[in-house]
Design a protein around this ligand. Structure first.
Ligand code: PAF
Length: 285
């Protein structure tokens, strides 16, 4: 696997691949890789001849009081894991390479509606940072296919809409969340948790399953959400949100059956998100 840090080098490499009519897959990441990312890389191989992973801790998607400075940078370890999992090219540019004109007055991509609410309630600039940097990466690499984890459900919805609205000829593939043995969704931020906090964090999945069961039995989404919020708070989480939307993240209509529960909680100083897709047979409006 080759490590490439400049836009001109990665473009040269990929121009050769394209001349040979090879399909290109991109797995965009911020590094500190875990099994969730590596699953995306292995899955990418099923869609393409050339698998590219990017590692770029993107400053524009972090709010002023967030963890940009302390976000774990583990390039050597990541590089080894990518090589072991069949990645062909690692694109790991500097911030100067991606943002040569600095961050002020930067052109941004805003994806309306789906970028609002849920995580954007407490991270108002986050999704503009994500859609903008993913758009930059797509313009550099022009993959045929790009893979994202469903753990970041809202992010995946934002990227799908951006690609559709901007007519980018890129197939977006969402991959199921990878979990530890207790059900905790793998996340680079789990590294911030102490071992007893990790144990507690595994309750999030359990509570989502309970809320989904209650919704399926009663068809009463609002009632299940109210009980779920209380339960999470009595478990010791500080709730950011617990909501139910349709699978495109629109508010649920009375005939919607394919739904998704989305949650964000604080555990100490660490913010954790998770979600669960739920199919209902009936809904109480
Ligand atoms: O999910 C992530 O790791 C990031 O948000 C992404 C998609 C790589 C953009 O920086």
């Amino acid at each position: 696997m080759q490590l490439i840090t400049t836009i001109s080098d990665i473009r040269d490499h990929l121009a050769n691949a394209r001349q040979r009519h090879q399909r290109i897959a991109l797995v965009p990441t911020m590094g500190n890789l875990h099994e969730g990312h590596l699953t995306l890389v292995r899955e990418a191989r099923r869609h393409a001849d050339v698998v590219v992973a990017s590692i770029f801790v993107n400053p524009t998607q972090f709010g002023p009081n967030e963890d940009y400075d302390r976000y774990p940078r583990t390039l050597e370890n990541d590089r080894q894991q990518l090589a072991d999992n069949g990645c062909d090219l690692l694109f790991a540019p500097t911030a100067k390479e991606i943002y040569p004109n600095g961050l002020e007055n930067l052109t941004r991509v805003h994806v309306p509606a789906v970028s609002e609410g849920l995580c954007a309630g407490s991270r108002p600039t986050h999704f503009d940072g994500v859609s903008s940097v993913v758009s930059i990466l797509f313009h550099i690499i022009w993959p045929d296919v790009a893979l994202f984890g469903k753990k970041d459900y809202q992010q995946l919805a934002v990227i799908r809409k951006m690609v559709s609205d901007l007519h980018m000829p890129i197939t977006i593939v969402g991959i199921d969340t990878v979990r530890d043995a207790r059900g905790l969704a793998l996340s680079s931020r789990n590294g911030y948790l102490a071992s007893e906090e990790r144990q507690q964090a595994a309750l999030i999945r359990q509570r989502l399953n309970e809320i989904a069961d209650s919704m399926r039995q009663s068809g009463d989404v609002e009632c299940a959400l109210i009980a779920g919020r209380q339960r999470l708070e009595s478990d010791g989480f500080t709730l950011d949100y617990l909501e139910c939307r349709d699978v495109n993240l629109a508010p649920i209509s009375s005939d919607a059956r394919e739904l998704v529960l989305l949650v964000a909680v604080w555990l100490g100083a660490t913010r954790l998100i998770d979600n669960l897709e739920v199919t209902l047979t009936s809904v109480v409006a």
